[in-house]
Design a protein around this ligand. Structure first.
Ligand SMILES: [Mn+2]
Length: 419
């Protein structure tokens, strides 16, 4: 067979609104608003510069079912630009942009094919010669709980076969369990390369025959989408062997940094430590704009200073002031305080008296779901008040654990002070 190259991308989330942009410096907000569009433009440039024969996109082209006209026009324009270079595009839609969402009447270029709700085979050609067969399926609606992989038809003929699917393989917990399937099921279909989408963190589930891979999203959109984001350049040789290479395409890099207060004696030392950590983030970002969240951890006397009213906000402002005017910019999105006071919580917990009993109770409370339920109940009374509506969300399970743990440390500090 003829060797060829294609590009595999997924989860473009074009026109992502980036929650809470109002809190950002206007320059940062503007850049974030443009980021998903620019990353998409980088994807098109990559296909052209790499002389790819075609591009496959495995769902979530748009961020919302009510895709904007601008997003649709820009998406179409990119595919048209590929068409001018003789590069075909094959697209499926996922849970963020299902077929029943608002679709504008926009003319797609002939070089692009958008799959419908039933799997079908299409042919990719280079200079009039068929080089690969591609089967894909789009989500008809947002929530697809059926195993779509089982509906794929086995390939026939000798052409290299690609499966294009937005799905959750093996019940990956951080993502909705849509179109659930397993590696074994995918491997048993006779398809040579599974071009997947949905999971935003890049991962290869199977490295050879067949290759099964998530390229991850094109542009990080929140602190837990940190690190390089982009697409896979896939080379298929004469014997059908596959080699993949990751290419970063993101324009704004997200990073989660941690700074420990262990051994620090004053807030100036803390700021210096934060600057050093930000410099590491800056180096990793490789010349891109950087948005970082900083978690303060560790225990020591500085915990008391950080608990003071507005202390964290003031420190955030102080750090931001140093970076917001630089190019590329660095934006400290948020500082979260997870520090603990300088108390020997273990010694308190081991005690044989009332204090020890309360502290031991604190440890079981960390593991009990009923404790979290009680915290949730108390919080809902507060959050239910009108002045909080739409301002604060109910914290998720990890945050509730943090709240219980913080309470444990507060208690320990109180006990130690009272002695
Ligand atoms: Mn997605």
């Amino acid at each position: 067979m003829q060797p060829f190259r294609f590009v595999h991308a997924a989860d473009l989330h074009i026109d992502s609104p980036f929650k809470g942009l109002l809190k950002y410096e206007p320059r940062v907000a503007q850049r974030l608003k443009e980021a998903t569009f620019e990353a998409y433009s980088n994807l098109i440039d990559l296909c052209i510069s790499q002389n790819a024969e075609f591009l496959v996109i495995a769902g979530d082209v748009y961020d919302g079912a009510d895709r904007s006209v601008q997003a649709q026009m820009r998406f179409r324009d990119g595919l048209a630009r590929l068409g001018e270079h003789g590069i075909q595009a094959f697209v499926v839609h996922g849970n963020h942009d299902p077929l029943d969402g608002r679709l504008s009447r926009i003319r797609m270029p002939e070089s692009a094919h958008v799959f419908g709700a039933k799997p079908e085979w299409m042919i990719a050609a280079a200079n009039g010669t068929a080089i690969a067969q591609i089967q894909g399926v789009s989500y008809p609606t947002r929530e697809v709980h059926d195993n779509l992989a089982l509906r794929f038809e086995p390939p026939s003929g000798g052409l290299f076969a690609i499966g294009l699917l937005h799905c959750n393989v093996g019940g990956i917990a951080e993502h909705d369990d849509y179109a659930p399937c397993t590696v074994q099921e995918l491997a048993g279909t006779g398809i040579d390369y599974w071009a997947l989408g949905h999971v935003h963190t890049r991962q290869t589930l199977k490295a050879s025959a067949p290759v099964i891979a998530y390229p991850g999203n094109l542009q990080g959109r929140q602190p837990n989408e940190s690190g390089a984001r982009g697409a896979l350049v896939v080379d298929v040789d004469e014997s059908g062997r596959v080699a993949t290479r990751f290419e970063p395409l993101d324009v704004v890099r997200w990073d989660s940094l941690t700074v420990s207060i262990d051994g620090l004696s004053d807030l100036d030392a803390l700021l210096e430590a934060a600057h050093a950590e930000i410099e590491v983030g800056r180096a990793d970002a490789g010349g891109r704009d950087l948005v970082c969240r900083i978690a303060l951890i560790g225990r020591g006397p500085l915990h008391r200073d950080l608990s003071a009213e507005n202390a964290i906000d003031d420190l955030s402002e102080e750090l931001r002031g140093n970076y917001v005017a630089v190019t590329p910019f660095i934006w400290v999105e948020r500082i979260s305080d997870r520090t603990a006071p300088q108390v020997d919580i273990e010694a308190l917990t081991e005690r044989d008296d009332f204090v020890g009993a309360v502290m031991k109770r604190g440890i079981t409370a960390l593991e009990e779901s009923s404790t979290k339920e009680k915290v949730r109940e108390s919080l809902s009374t507060v959050l239910g008040q009108r002045r909080f509506s739409g301002v604060l969300d109910m914290p998720g399970n990890p945050e509730l654990t943090e709240i219980v743990d913080a309470a444990r440390w507060e208690l320990a500090e109180l006990f130690e002070r009272e002695e």
